[in-house]
Design a protein around this ligand. Sequence first.
Ligand SMILES: Nc1nc2c(c(=O)[nH]1)N[C@H]1C(S)=C(S)[C@@H](COP(=O)(O)O)O[C@H]1N2
Ligand SMILES: [Mo]
Length: 295
Amino acid sequence: MVNKPTELSLADLRVMKSVEVVNGYECSGNSARAMQGLSSNGRFTGVRLSDVLRRTGVSDRAREVVFFGADRGNEDVVFRQQTFKIQQQFARSITLENAMKPEPLLAYALNGEPLDRNHGFPLRLIMPGWYGVANVKWLSEIHLQEDRFLGNFQARWYRTMRTVGGSGGETDRDTQWVETEVTRLQLKSVIARVRRNAGTHQVLGFVLNDGTPLRSVEVKIDDGPWQRATMDAANTRFSWKLFTYRWEGATSGEHTLVSRVTDSNGTVQPSAADLARKKTFLEDNAQFPRKVMVS
Ligand SMILES: Nc1nc2c(c(=O)[nH]1)N[C@H]1C(S)=C(S)[C@@H](COP(=O)(O)O)O[C@H]1N2
Ligand SMILES: [Mo]
């Protein structure tokens, strides 16, 4: 559903107007319980997706923009009682409305260097403020269509199931199950490091979110009060947002440290207990208590 189906080389894209974004994201599977550390931050360079779409022209009926990676594999798909082995290309979709916003980027460079193979050479989609999975690597095709895209990585693997209402009991008639796609980063902060610093201790961490301005980040030590942390002046809207907290008078022995972030809408990072009704493991943005030994 474009007016002019177009093939673009990397050289064609490199002569278009380039933009940069410092973008932090994490894998939606990242959590204190399972896999840890699947997050990063970098400066991506590329062209605006909206510029490319304007160049091809978009039909009035198009609603959905689908991004295909070059990687593919076989997957068993159950339809009613039948199982099919189907070939799936990695693919994700966004609405045309989101595609025409200024943020989405077709990126060919990371930190001033051409993307390397692991990070999606030659080209990847960058969706600032969204979970890792949205950032399709090894981009080979962009497809516009009217209907929703139902591929595995959109409709099946990357979704979250939670209960609302009722007692939360899984068969309680008053309890509703809500299923949602994994899209924008849920508000999260993590303590990443503690270091000794001239008689005090410095606690360092980062925040990831959808780009909403932040109100505060607080740190709690053992059973003490929440104390305000300091945001790094170099943080930008879609970067990971670094913070530090000066920990005075740490006594030797083991301590538990945790952080929590609040955004300007008043949304507060949940505790693990607050997330009890999220039944699937993706999008775990719970506060993350960490133990540290002071010698
Ligand atoms: N083509 C393609 N793109 C992909 C994936 C993939 O398997 N194939 N994985 C996604 C997921 S789940 C994540 S978390 C990010 C990881 O990006 P990184 O390798 O730059 O950290 O890439 C996303 N883009
Ligand atoms: Mo991921």
